[in-house]
Ligand binder design. Structure first.
Ligand code: PGA
Length: 250
């Protein structure tokens, strides 16, 4: 019922030339991907050329962030009409690196979500606790707080367009993946929270896991009942490892 999503977050990697070369290798090795949606999120500078390169394929293009105003004097920002024009179908919002280094908060994530829902794009909303929060036993309440703040004033219809990504901060780029059981437990917690707030539609929402997803752990992660896909960082920068993750074995 929930179509899996495998999304590659390229972060601040790849020039235009490098991006085109990676996307050509992904295209060449992709094969049949009808079992899932494959999303790639290159840096802003590569969006338009990559969009041309993936025309006619099933690959979907995402941005790594977006500002909520449609235009204006906001030096250095990128708007939704710009992303639409560059061929984007989705935008990653509230990534922990945005929260950690660029002052993103649940309130600003919420503004971005509402703006994206007013566009043709679909938001991929990231949440996740830090190591200190988990060790203090606060992970459930931190996630509940991020959901309450991030999804404030959202309708059921709005929620249905959202993809969530649970990314424990201690697992991002560390090689320390959450065990499938730990991830499943949190994914269930997130779905329970959604169902209390929004009702039965919670069963339709895709919740991706992110944090050191690799070819050798994707299969067991994807076998968990509430894990509906992956947001992949490091392992999406090489075609071979990303292709293996796309072709996870259920
Ligand atoms: P990682 O990054 O796979 O390199 O841990 C995941 C992410 O930050 O989306």
């Amino acid at each position: 019922m929930r179509i899996p999503v495998i999304a590659g977050n390229w972060k601040m990697h790849k020039t235009v030339g490098e991006a085109l070369s990676l996307v050509r290798s992904i295209k060449a090795g992709m094969g049949d991907t009808s079992h899932c949606q494959v999303v790639i999120a290159p840096p802003f500078t590569a969006l338009a050329p990559v969009s041309e390169e993936i025309r006619g394929t099933s690959l979907m293009l995402a941005a790594q962030n977006v500002f909520w105003e449609p235009k204006g004097a906001y030096t250095g920002e990128i708007s939704l009409p710009m992303l639409e024009g560059a061929g984007c179908r989705m935008a990653i919002l509230g990534h922990s690196e945005r929260r950690q280094y660029f002052s993103e908060t649940d309130a600003t994530v919420n503004r971005r979500i509402h703006a994206v829902l007013g566009s043709t794009l679909q938001p991929i909303v990231c949440i996740g606790e830090t190591l200190a929060e988990r060790e203090a036993g606060k992970h459930h309440s931190v996630i509940a707080q991020q959901l309450a703040g991030g999804l404030d004033r959202l309708t059921q219809e709005g929620l249905l367009r959202i993809i969530l990504a649970y990314e424990p901060v201690w697992a991002i780029g560390t090689g320390r993946t959450a065990s499938p059981e730990t991830a499943q437990e949190m994914h269930r917690h997130i779905r329970n929270w959604l169902s209390e707030k929004f009702g039965k539609v919670a069963e339709e929402i895709r919740i991706l896991y992110g944090g050191s997803v690799k070819p050798d752990n994707i299969d067991t992660l994807m076998r968990q009942p509430d894990i509906d896909g992956a947001l992949v960082g490091g392992a999406c920068l090489e075609a071979d490892s990303f292709l293996r993750i796309i072709h996870f074995k259920p």
